[in-house]
Write a protein that binds this ligand. Structure first.
Ligand SMILES: [Zn+2]
Length: 139
């Protein structure tokens, strides 16, 4: 699962080599599953949700107390736009151990992959860095 080739699952999911780092401890290997996101996917989701939220302003502006709903829909649209336009890879699976305490590290829900990606160890409370050989996103 760590040879970097597409696995054919989840629309082109891949499993690049990865490790969990913590300063002062030896890195531990980790198994990850990523979905590289194309520019079309990112901009489609970003602009789609931006337009949906801003279109909702036309409805929520009639609900008292008016201004909070309008501002909420406006900034929620911007939040989704930034969230999806930055999501070059989605991390869908994580299986590793903490370099300090050896506790199993898993993922609760799919999320945007940062590089390095921060993982909070629930047992020892340390902030681990998940480093992957980030694949180039599709055009
Ligand atoms: Zn730990």
């Amino acid at each position: 699962m760590s040879d970097g080739r597409p696995t054919g699952r989840d629309g082109g999911a891949i499993s690049p080599p990865a490790r969990l780092d913590l300063f002062g401890f030896h890195p531990t290997p980790a198994c990850v599953v990523l979905i590289p996101r194309s520019g079309a996917w990112r901009s489609g989701h970003a602009f789609g949700l931006l337009l949906l939220c801003w279109a909702a302003i036309g409805v929520v502006m009639w609900v008292p107390p008016h201004i909070p709903w309008v501002l909420g829909a406006f900034f929620l649209g911007i939040f989704f736009f930034v969230k999806y336009i930055r999501e070059r890879n989605t991390l869908v699976e994580l299986d590793g151990t903490c370099p300090r305490c050896g506790a199993a590290q898993t993922l609760r829900k799919p999320t945007r992959l940062g590089n390095p990606h921060r993982v909070h160890c629930m047992k020892c409370g340390q902030m681990l860095l998940l480093r992957t050989a980030e694949p180039h996103s599709a055009p």
